[in-house]
Design a protein around this ligand. Structure first.
Ligand code: DGL
Length: 255
């Protein structure tokens, strides 16, 4: 365990999606120092093999551990499904993962359906299948290959995105959809567009709040929560392209 309160919190994703989690972290825990790692050169994870994702996750955790982080947030549903257990076995610091917010969604269901949007890898992991077994009544797993790429390109609106979503949701026209789960951290940036396909009675939820509450609990338990002083965010990426860093900073400022 790292007992240094001033040590940074490491947080990573396959690309820019985890910045939606980072924003929540900064909102709830503003005094922390964050290192965000976007693995843009190797994105997407959601259509790769589990072994390829695991290799990348271990490389990133080594990079962040060398920066002496006090906790690691896997701001990616795909990487959590594949690698959270391996990381917890290896690391001496808290590892906080994510999963599609199916449990809260099941409490919002009024006899209609729940759509769980996530990557093909997330939806095929045993972890997700167990979650479906427990809370999946009325839930439909909706793989969205190619959707995170819109966010990576910075196309948060526009006709191509609209056409993608129209095709995706076409089979459910006329259904009572009580809840849409954004089971990939990239999709949080597309909430507005996704919302526009459903009536106001449909809830569109993500797991970011729960993840950061868990981070706070774990930092408190270990006595390393920073409660004063200026917070800092440092961005790192596997893609050596200054434009990528600019994109990351721009997404951080959105909202
Ligand atoms: N943002 C990631 C997630 O939450 C994955 C996107 C990808 O790399 O395919 O699942």
């Amino acid at each position: 365990m790292n007992e240094d309160k001033d040590a940074p919190v490491g947080i990573f994703d396959s690309g820019v999606g985890g910045i939606s989690v980072l924003r929540e972290a900064v909102r709830v825990l503003p005094h922390e120092r964050y290192i965000y790692y976007g693995d843009t050169a190797y994105a997407p994870y959601g259509t790769k093999s589990a072994d390829e994702v695991l290799t990348r996750v271990l490389a990133i955790s080594d990079f962040l551990l060398a920066r002496r982080i006090k906790a690691l947030v896997i701001a990616c549903n795909t990487a959590t499904g594949v690698a959270a257990q391996a990381l917890r076995e290896r690391l001496q610091i808290p590892v906080i993962g994510m999963e599609p917010a199916l449990k809260p969604a099941s409490e919002m269901r009024h006899g209609g359906s729940i759509l769980v949007m996530a990557t093909p890898v997330t939806l095929s992991q045993p972890k997700f299948l167990r979650l479906m077994g427990q809370y999946g009544e009325g839930a439909i797993a909706l793989p969205c290959p190619g959707l995170m790429e819109f966010v990576e390109r910075g196309a948060l609106h526009g006709s191509a995105l609209h056409a993608y979503l129209e095709d995706l949701f076409a089979p459910f026209r006329g259904w009572q959809i009580d809840c849409v789960v954004l089971g990939c951290t990239h999709y949080v940036f597309l909430r507005e567009e996704i919302r526009s396909f459903f009536p106001d009675t449909t809830q569109v939820i993500d797991g970011n709040g729960g993840t950061i509450r868990q981070l706070k609990r774990r930092l408190e338990e270990n006595g390393v929560l920073r409660t004063s002083g200026e917070g800092v965010v440092v961005f790192e990426t596997s893609l050596s392209d200054p434009q990528n860093l600019q994109k990351m900073r721009a997404l951080m400022r959105l909202e």
